[in-house]
Each structure stands twice: as C-alpha cells, then as structure tokens.
Design a protein around this ligand. Structure first.
Ligand code: SAM
Length: 225
C-alpha cells in the first residue's frame, strides 16, 4: 500500500506545506531535459536537508555527488548568503548543468563545484587544511561510501553532521550483495558503511527508512563526537 500511495502523499505534502521552490523545480526539469538521471532527492527531502543545515547552524557544507545541483541548491539555501557549499562531481555534463541551475537560482556565489573524482578532490581538500565542514552530505557512488566517510571525518570537527543517502535500497540492505549482479559493489558499500558507522568511535549514528516519490529507501545520520 505504501508503495502505491506514498508518491501521492509526497505530492500532497508538497502542496500542503508549499515545499516547492519554483527556481529549484525548474532546475530539476532542466536537468531531466538534458538527459541526467532522475535520481536527485525529492522535494521534501531537499527541504529536509535545508532544515538540517539551518538547525545545525552549518555555514560550511560539503556534498559528494552534485548531479544537476538539486540537493546542492537546497543545501545552499540552508547556509545563507554568507555560507559556502563545496560539491564534488566527476561528470562534466552534470557539473555544467548544475552550474547553470545554481546561476539561475541566484545561488552560484555560495557554491563551488569541484569537477573530478571525489576521492581526489577530498584528498586535495584535506591537503589544503581549510576550515572544517559543519555538515557533509554523501550521495555519490555507494561502493566508495567508506572511503568518503573516512575522508569526511578528516574534514570534520566535533559536532559536524554526516548524512549518507540511500542506505535502505528497497530493503536490499538485508540481502547478500553477491545476489545483486551489477549492484553488488554498491550494496556491499552501503552495508560496509553502516558497519563503519557502528565501529568508528568518533561518530554517533542512526538510520531512518523513508517512503515517498523516491520509493522505499532511507538515510543514515551521524554526529562527529
Ligand atoms: N545529490 C544529488 C541530488 O540529490 O540532487 C544526486 C547525486 S547522484 C545520486 C550521484 C552523483 O554522483 C552523479 O551525478 C554521479 O555522476 C556522481 N558521482 C558518482 N561517482 C562519483 C565519483 N567517484 N566522484 C565524483 N562524482 C561521482
């Protein structure tokens, strides 16, 4: 029942709470028209990310996985005009659509898109010894989740918020990854990242399941101690 009804409930919530921001929805559409995959967060999840940034008082946000800049835009709204979002993306087309969308939404001043494989970008950020990030949203190739978490920890301070998307995968999280063919490495990456969150003594974590227009999935949330 939830599978059938929950996309309509998301539509209802978008309407009831007035969640949609026209510039951001136009950017989403622009990305779809340019052929980018429809794997960005939902509107309600985007607003949730903005609120997490605002509630935690984050001024410096790191995102791994930009796509067309949809979640990036919500994060950028959260940090405000004096804040900064650094977002990592290795597909040049995705990065260029994201830049166009951020420009049209009036958010490009506070966002820097780093083109290239995220692992290299994170290592360069660590090497540059800049200020720590206050919130880090990990939403790229799931097989590298543990690498991203380890690097995220190096780029954090006590109190930094970590958000890891797509950790439920319609319940596949219960399965043996070897049964999942092309998805095997990603599923293994998700399972390993949850174990890492349990075993790493410098973080305190939970995970929540979600339903809605993106189907049955969920995210892990952690605080750096
Ligand atoms: N966060 C976006 C949103 O909600 O609007 C969705 C991101 S999408 C799920 C994942 C993105 O990560 C894709 O654009 C993909 O090209 C990018 N990506 C995948 N592997 C990557 C890597 N190793 N380095 C950098 N970007 C990567």
């Amino acid at each position: 029942l939830a599978d059938r009804e929950s996309p309509a409930v998301d539509d209802y919530l978008n309407e009831a709470l007035g969640l949609e921001v026209p510039e951001l929805e136009a950017g989403r559409e622009h990305a779809h028209n340019a052929g980018l995959p429809r794997i960005e967060v939902s509107t309600a999840q985007g607003k949730f990310l903005q609120l997490l940034v605002e509630i935690s008082g984050a001024a410096r946000v790191l995102e791994i996985g930009t796509l067309g800049g949809y979640s990036t835009s919500w994060l950028a709204r959260g940090v405000g005009a004096r804040g900064k979002v650094v977002s990592c993306e290795f597909e040049p087309l995705h990065a260029s659509i994201a830049r166009e969308n951020l420009e049209r939404a009036g958010l490009s001043d506070r966002v820097e898109i780093k083109l290239g494989a995220a692992q290299g970008t994170l290592e360069r950020l660590i090497g540059s010894r800049g200020a720590p990030f206050d919130l880090i949203f990990i939403d790229a190739d799931k097989r590298n989740n543990v690498v991203y978490l380890k690097r995220a920890l190096q780029l954090s301070r006590s109190g930094t918020v970590l958000v890891l998307d797509n950790v439920i995968r319609a319940g596949q999280i219960l399965d043996d990854p070897a049964q999942h063919g092309l998805q095997e490495a990603d599923l293994r990456g998700v399972q390993e990242s949850l174990r890492w969150l349990r075993e790493e003594s410098r973080v305190s974590a939970t995970a929540l399941q979600t339903v809605g227009s993106k189907g049955w999935d969920g995210f892990a949330l952690a605080r750096v101690l």
